[in-house]
Write a protein that binds this ligand. Structure first.
Ligand code: CS2
Length: 480
């Protein structure tokens, strides 16, 4: 298929005129569709030394693809109008990318340059090494344990940040701000807790200095961004006339709410549409419980019923109704937020999920369930349980996740769970897989997975087991 480009926006400024001011760890598709695009708009408008040096800690692919084209890449924005061609935009805000696998010294050098004033992160929930239930550093996390044993040459994000701050402090260099852009509640406070505890274990004076001088603003980030597929790269090559293996596709909608608390300056991201506020939490809760909560529910229910993409789920009337009901129930757990109508937000989400031009795999969202369910499903469920409200959609979502965690389709075919706690899940299945009730109890007994009130609730366990029994007997669609 040949794609006709209706609008193509080349990078309209000279990015090389700007020095690097941000080191971004975890330069995957989401960062390139979101923060890098905001920064690109600010550079085009205002200039300034805020280019981004990307860091990939887990692979070398993005580094190779981006460095081969001087950090530039194409952002493909797909409208939700059927048949409307996508908009191609060239992004110039990324200067280059370093791959951790090729050595951490250049990464630490970049993080300790005085010109680096922000270190931002999209490393996914699991890479913080912080236990969400306690808010404390997880000493059993292999990356944390490895870096604590060798704090001068760390290879994980928390270790790198701590080491870079130690070097800056020793050299008398101002610290950078740490900006977490992952879908975690109070992401700023969470990364702060991780860094402070890590630093305390290395050098208590360093921890004391960080707690006074370093800022960790929280953020809410939002833009639906599928992982780039081979067919997408093919489409881009056809349209551009040359390959771009760093290209990313995304939706037109984008939101970034940032706590305005930086210790060493920041780009004027508000000039690109970001919202700078004193308190991000109500925005974060809304997005985590409504968008991400509904996403997880529909990903498990959809994947199990044979829907490859989110848009397929929204095309199924039974599942689409479930999504609407989930959004409604999740919105009822929120405190009112000035200027935001949760009904409008829900209607907008339904439209975004149904975007016919975006192929967002349910399997992609289903990944890392043990890291996502707490903030998306279990925490709102805890509040509903406490108030004696209707927990049905939360227990349905939980049952779908538990069914998904078996790693097998109804036909018996296996799939990879892609979850850092998949061995524990498999252990529970091996011990209790025969019986829905004991399976639910076994999963709920896993340490630090559910808030205690939810893990202990007989009502919740019973409701989940009932859904699970039906799903196992008849499949998800029939169970609705
Ligand atoms: C999704 C998110 O994969 C997932 O878990 O729920 O990545 C979601 O697409 C983004 O948060 C949208 O902003």
């Amino acid at each position: 298929m040949r794609v006709t480009i209706m609008h193509s926006e080349p990078c309209a400024y000279d990015p090389s005129a700007s020095d690097v001011g941000i080191v971004h760890i975890g330069i995957g598709a989401f960062h390139r569709a979101h923060q890098a695009a905001y920064t690109d708009s600010v550079l085009a408008k205002n200039g300034g030394d805020w280019r981004i040096l990307g860091v990939s800690l887990r692979s070398t692919e993005v580094a190779d693809a981006m460095n081969a084209q001087e950090g530039r890449y194409t952002l493909v924005v797909r409208s939700d109008q059927r048949g409307e061609p996508p908009v191609f935009r060239e992004i110039g805000s990324v200067a280059s990318v370093l791959a951790g696998q090729r050595g951490v010294t250049p990464i630490l050098d970049a993080m300790t340059r005085p010109q680096t004033r922000i270190v931002s992160l999209t490393i996914t929930e699991k890479a913080y090494g912080v236990d969400l239930s306690t808010g404390q550093l997880n000493l059993a996390d292999p990356q944390i344990a490895k870096d604590l044993a060798n704090p001068e040459l760390p290879t994980g994000a928390i270790g790198l940040i701590t080491r870079a701050l130690a070097v800056r402090r020793a050299a008398g260099t101002e610290p950078f701000t740490i900006l977490s852009c992952d879908n975690l509640p109070n992401n700023g406070a969470l990364v702060r807790a991780g860094v402070l505890e890590f630093a305390h274990r290395v050098d208590p004076d360093l921890a004391a200095w960080i707690s006074v001088h370093v800022r960790f603003p929280s953020t809410m980030v939002d833009r639906i961004t599928p992982a780039s597929s081979d067919s997408f790269f093919f489409e881009v090559e056809q349209a551009l006339g040359h390959p771009d293996l760093a290209a990313v596709e995304t939706e037109p909608f984008s939101q970034w709410v940032i706590e305005d608390d930086f210790c060493n300056g920041r780009p004027a991201w508000e000039d690109a549409g970001a919202i700078l506020v004193q308190d991000v939490e109500p925005f974060e809760k809304m997005k985590l419980r409504m968008l991400n909560g509904a996403h997880s529910m529909l990903a498990y229910a959809g994947y199990l019923s044979g829907c490859t993409y989110v848009r397929d789920v929204m095309d199924n009337p039974k599942l689409a109704k479930k999504v609407a009901a989930h959004l409604q129930a999740a919105s009822e757990t929120l405190t009112p937020l000035e200027g935001v109508d949760f009904n409008n937000y829900a209607a907008e989400l339904i439209k975004r999920f149904g975007n016919p031009n975006i192929a967002h795999e349910t399997y992609q969202i289903a990944m890392d369930g043990t890291q996502k369910m707490r903030q998306r499903i279990f925490e709102p469920a805890a509040e509903v349980l406490e108030k004696g409200g209707d927990i049905d959609t939360f227990s349905f979502a939980t049952a779908c996740w538990i069914r998904y965690a078996s790693g097998r389709h109804d036909s018996g075919t296996e799939y990879a769970l892609r979850d850092p706690r998949e061995e524990e899940l498999a252990g529970v299945y091996a011990a209790h897989g025969q019986n829905a009730e004991s399976l639910v109890k076994g999963i709920f007994a896993l340490p630090n997975l559910l808030p205690a009130a939810v893990a202990k609730s007989e009502t919740f366990a019973k409701n989940v087991a009932q859904h699970l029994q039906k799903i196992r007997a008849h499949g998800v669609l029939a169970a609705i």
